[in-house]
Ligand binder design. Structure first.
Ligand code: G6P
Length: 627
């Protein structure tokens, strides 16, 4: 949610600081793309360039680059630059609300991620002191407060002014501030999620480590309640409130540039869908070992006894991660017989949940920084439940707060709509459920052996079917192009898949879509069915719900609905009942979600592309919802 990048250098670099900032912002744009902007320190004054994303095509950074190229300022002589891409919270999407924001007298410029909760009081206070805001943002209030404190303290120290101002604000934030009067950049955070990269030519800062990799692999985090003062030569990290020096924990970034590039694909979403055979392999590698007959999950090994003895498992997450959690509910109940509840993280925190020492809470989050999931996790920790994190981003906030957990290892997911993280989450949940089930004795040894073998083979199954899924999905997407609505139906394990398929279509194709348990259709959605309504039914053979699903298909047909079925290869019966079939291989019912979701991801993807939409950056959405 909003991205920050900055650079401060002591010597000339191959690419100019502004060029580097534009390149990094393009990479970070998935975090928010309502507007983009850059501020840099010239000889005497600060310069700011910004632009809003006008047509929802998410080309903000490209537009900014174009403008700056036309103005001839890409090689503007500067050693210090900060940049930002915005996901609007306070104030409409407009040029005036775009970051960076300048202080009233132009002495400071700021970029900010987060929300300043007491900005109205501060705005009033500043107004009484003669400071007026130009924008509607909370951010401008902070930069004016910095300037006010700077003036008040005799203009002696940039650092003192920033420290004082940030101590007065309430809420979580990450900021980078520059001034016209000193060759310094100050970054501060009350939420973490800001990183400083150390290079031979100076320092780079970013809200995501992926934007640092082009410069360096050595970085440290600006943890919550810390502030870092950067000059071209050195850095100093201190606590905000007590002003104590903190020794940074410098770590190596475990990312390769190729992981954050499209590598020949048109969009990241396409790349991430097609990566799934590999990402599933990576998620299971060394963990699911059919030849030895074991599942090894080091992250939860020490806590296995507590999980086996759990009274209840509560799974929390948002968006796609919540859908993976729903599949988890079926998995745990089938294999471990432990009761499971799946909660939206945002609801969980306001429900005064009943949790105790014997409970297990699993927080699922691709990014590991979703604010609601983080808050829910903090609440679960207080209740003394055992908390497990299922995150993709290593060392992310949720992963660190949980302390115990399993990483997905599916590599960076850049496209806003989550794909490979979902299949990775379900694969890891399957491994955990099988492991716990075996320990608990709620699964027979022969079933366990059969299931781990099948799980280990899953990546190659997905690989084999992907080219075929792509072709059929494209045809379906084309036929659906002009539909305004779509219904997705599934039963049991495939109900969450129906929800996920509908979410993908809504998110990136802007078609109103609903996911429903197939039998519930009769209690409402059936009223919507007519000859224009595509109904996608996940109808695999092999469990007792198949016959019932066929019944549901008949009900849709009787009302002239257009059915597209995801069916088991060899099911010739279904062909006469539906408009189109996507065949999936025969597999155990608990593994169907990982296979069946892939064509649904592809339908949404192709539909968006055919409409000329950018599937990587759907309107109004952001990859990490940190507010
Ligand atoms: C946003 C993203 C979704 C994602 C959800 C949860 O809404 O657009 O793709 O599923 O956040 O994110 P998390 O990182 O916690 O899994």
């Amino acid at each position: 949610m909003c991205s920050i990048f900055g650079i401060i250098i002591k010597q000339k670099t191959e690419t100019t600081p502004i060029e580097s900032t534009l390149t990094a912002l393009k990479m970070l744009e998935y975090r928010g793309y309502d507007s983009a902007g850059i501020a840099s320190k010239g000889d005497k004054a600060l310069q700011i360039w910004k632009t809003q994303n006008k047509d929802n095509k998410a080309e903000g950074v490209d537009m900014l680059r174009k403008q700056m190229t036309e103005m001839g300022v890409i090689s503007f002589p500067t050693q210090i630059v900060i940049g930002h891409t915005r996901w609007a919270t306070h104030g409409e999407i407009s040029q005036k609300n775009a970051h960076p924001h300048s202080s009233q007298d132009g002495n400071f410029a700021i970029v900010h991620n987060g929300i300043i909760e007491n900005y109205i009081e501060l705005k009033e206070f500043l107004r009484s002191k003669g400071y007026y805001s130009v924008s509607d943002t909370d951010t401008e209030v902070l930069v004016n407060l910095i300037e006010y404190r700077w003036n008040e303290t005799g203009r002696i120290s940039f650092e003192v002014a920033v420290r004082q101002a940030v101590s007065e604000i309430e809420g979580a934030f990450a900021i980078a501030v520059i001034t016209s009067s000193e060759d310094k950049m100050i970054v501060a955070s009350r939420s973490g999620g800001l990183f400083v990269g150390i290079t031979a030519y100076g320092f780079v800062i970013a809200s995501d480590q992926s934007a640092l990799v082009a410069h360096t692999k050595d970085c440290f985090e600006v943890e919550s309640d810390c502030l870092v003062v950067l000059t071209p030569e050195k850095y100093e990290k201190r606590t905000i409130v007590s002003n104590q020096e903190v020794v940074p924990d410098i770590k190596k970034i475990e990312l390769e540039i190729s992981q954050i590039q499209k590598n020949g694909y048109e969009y990241f979403m396409q790349k991430e869908i097609f990566e799934q055979p590999k990402t599933l392999t990576d998620a299971l590698r060394g963990r699911v070992r059919p030849f030895e007959g074991i599942i090894k999950l080091r992250g939860i090994e020490e806590h296995l006894r507590r999980i086996v003895q759990a009274k209840k498992i509560t799974i929390i997450g948002c968006g796609t991660s919540w859908h993976a959690g729903l599949v988890g509910e079926y998995l745990f109940e089938q294999f471990t017989r432990i009761p499971v509840e799946v909660e939206y993280a945002s609801e969980f925190v306001h429900r005064n949940p009943i949790l105790g020492e014997k409970d297990i809470v699993i927080a699922i989050s691709q990014s590991g920084e979703t604010a609601d999931t983080l808050e829910a996790l903090a609440l679960a920790k207080k209740s003394r439940a055992t908390v497990i994190g299922l995150c993709n981003v290593v060392s992310s906030k949720i992963a660190r707060m949980a302390g115990v957990g399993v990483y997905l290892h599916v590599g960076p997911e850049i496209s806003v709509a989550s794909t490979k993280a979902f299949t990775g989450q379900v694969a890891v949940l399957t491994a955990i459920a099988l492991l716990v089930g075996r320990q608990k004795g709620t699964i027979t040894e022969s079933d366990y052996m059969r299931h781990i073998t099948e799980l280990a083979e899953l990546p190659s199954v997905v690989e084999k079917y992907l080219p075929y899924f792509d072709i059929v999905a494209k045809e379906i997407a084309y036929e659906q192009l002009h539909s305004d609505h779509a219904l997705y139906l599934g039963r049991g394990y495939n109900f969450p898949v129906a929800l996920e398929g509908a979410l993908k279509l809504k998110e990136i194709s802007y078609i109103h879509a609903e996911g429903y348990p197939a039998a519930e259709m009769k209690h409402g959605p059936i009223a919507l069915i007519d000859e224009k309504m595509p109904v996608i039914v996940i109808a695999p053979q092999g469990d007792e719900t198949y016959k019932k699903i066929i019944g549901n298909i008949q009900e849709i047909r009787a009302r002239s609905g257009r059915v597209i079925a995801i069916a088991t290869e060899g099911d010739t019966e279904i062909v006469s009942l539906v408009e189109k079939v996507i065949y999936i291989p025969r597999a155990s019912e608990h593994l169907i979600p990982i296979i069946a979701v892939v064509p649904l991801q592809l339908i949404a993807y192709h539909n968006a592309v055919m409409k000329g939409l950018n599937p990587d950056k759907p309107r109004h959405l952001a990859k990490s919802v940190t507010v």
